[in-house]
Design a protein around this ligand. Structure first.
Ligand code: FES
Ligand code: FE
Length: 456
């Protein structure tokens, strides 16, 4: 178990910063330097982190650079084809041993003095081993640092640096698995080449928070919506977007360890639109046919199958209804690097695959309309949590608090159908406090044994 010690300035119990009764969250968690450092230790270094899709490293020697918190890591396959994840740092002076973002290699050569590591992480080459080290260096002790746990769920590769962590399946639980099934169950899915990367001046949690936020869309994304789905009155004048908030059209699912899903269900409008559109016109959000397979229903369950919205796999892996994954990678308390992986079903026609790419480029990444609109708000919100006067006033997460009945589907998965709400955000921060306070995995597991709804 990675042992950590809270600094004295920090609260003993981070639940003091998240008040479920008042539905408030202390602003310090979005900009405090010490809290940020502890998040890297207690959340990212102890949890499961998404690396890449298996199809991005199909053969021995293929590699993909990713992150665990602020640590650069190499996801690769050794000669036997086994998935491995290593810290991307030479054991000699710490230089990065891999600079390319993705590729194929026989070994990892450190370009500083030339120590060389095999695909299994072993130190296999040391210049001057005989003359300078007098064959006295125990090379078996100086290999790359390997993640003790590397597993994949339906092709999504995750790594965890804490030996005491539960396995990936247990960590994901039903809500995490449904979140990934939203992409994995679509067919023979593969990522489109090229990951879109963009740095935004915000705290990573505010970007995650937005995953569940359907309150902001009609205003923040008014321009995008008016371009993409224009509404006009009888005279042909442009109308503003409609707020979508009718009772029970939103579904919330709260999972263990902070996973959650929140947003609109598949609507009748989407179903009828999908039925009317010619095949090549179907755009990602109304691409619903894959849900009709019995295996998909079995995988996602009756409550999950109706989800057409945004899961977050705690801490920072956001999944969209249109087959994309966004990582919110921490780059400091007030900086986040956003990565977009866009997936398509390889068996779709070229035209349909193109529609997915266009959709992704239109909305996400440095040139995406939604990302520009969201990013500016997250940047300003983060500033508003750091200034001397403003930081004393907590943020409000009370929307639709205590409304909506908790139900269970026949697979035992809890869900709430209600209006637009902030349940998932508040749940995520309650779980954040659990991670930040728990001294080890056994206490975190204990806290998350009972259904989340007991505490909500
Ligand atoms: Fe890698 Fe010296 S830092 S060989
Ligand atoms: Fe948005």
């Amino acid at each position: 178990m990675l042992k950590t010690k809270a600094k004295s300035r920090l609260p003993e119990d981070f639940h003091d910063l998240v008040d479920p009764e008042q539905a408030t969250v202390d602003r310090s968690i979005f900009s405090d330097e010490e809290i940020y450092k502890l998040e890297l230790e207690r959340i990212f270094a102890r949890g499961w982190n998404f690396m890449c899709h298996e199809s991005q490293i199909p053969k021995p020697g293929d590699f993909f650079l990713s992150f665990i918190g602020d640590d650069s890591v190499i996801a690769t396959r050794d000669k036997t084809g086994k998935l491995q994840v290593f810290l991307n740092t030479c054991r000699h002076r710490g230089n990065a041993v891999c600079r390319a973002e993705q590729g194929h290699t026989k070994s990892f050569l450190c370009t500083y003095h030339g120590w060389t590591y095999g695909l299994d992480g072993k130190l296999i080459g040391v210049p001057g081993y005989k003359d300078f080290y007098h064959e006295d260096l125990d090379r078996s002790q100086w290999g790359l640092v390997a993640a003790p746990h590397v597993e994949s769920y339906k092709g999504f590769v995750f790594a965890c640096m804490d030996p005491d962590a539960p396995n990936l399946n247990e960590f994901l639980g039903p809500v995490g698995r449904i979140g990934l099934d939203l992409i994995a169950e679509r067919g023979r899915i593969v990522p489109i080449d090229g990951i879109k990367k963009n740095i935004i001046g915000c705290n990573w949690k505010l970007a995650v928070d937005n995953a569940f936020d359907y309150y902001h869309a009609p205003l923040t994304h008014a321009s995008t919506i008016m371009v993409r789905n224009p509404r006009v009155d009888k005279e042909g004048n442009a109308l503003p977007p409609r707020a979508n908030s009718s009772a029970n059209d939103h579904r919330v699912m709260l999972g263990s360890y902070g996973h959650a899903i929140s947003g609109p269900k598949v609507s009748e409008t989407e179903r009828s639109l999908a039925a009317l559109l010619p095949d090549h016109k179907i755009e990602p959000r109304v691409d619903l046919a894959w849900r009709d397979k019995p295996e998909t229903l079995e995988a996602m369950g009756p409550a999950g199958i109706e989800i057409n919205s945004h899961p977050n796999i705690f801490p920072n892996m956001w999944v969209t209804e249109s087959s994309q994954v966004a990582l919110r990678i921490p780059r400091g308390p007030r900086s986040t690097e956003v990565w977009w992986f866009s997936f398509v079903d390889a068996d779709l026609s070229d035209e349909r695959q193109k529609a997915y790419v266009e959709h992704s480029n239109f909305l996400h990444g440095p040139s995406g309309m939604n990302e520009q609109e969201d990013g500016e708000n997250w940047d300003q919100s983060t500033r508003g949590t750091a200034s001397i006067l403003a930081k004393n006033f907590p943020l409000n997460y009370a929307m639709n608090r205590d409304r909506g009945e908790v139900k269970f589907d026949n697979a035992g998965v809890a869900y709430i159908d209600t209006h637009v709400n902030e349940h998932a955000q508040l749940w995520m921060y309650m779980c954040w406090a659990d991670w930040m306070t728990a001294p080890d995995w056994s206490s975190l597991k204990q806290r998350h044994e009972s259904p989340p709804t007991d505490r909500f």
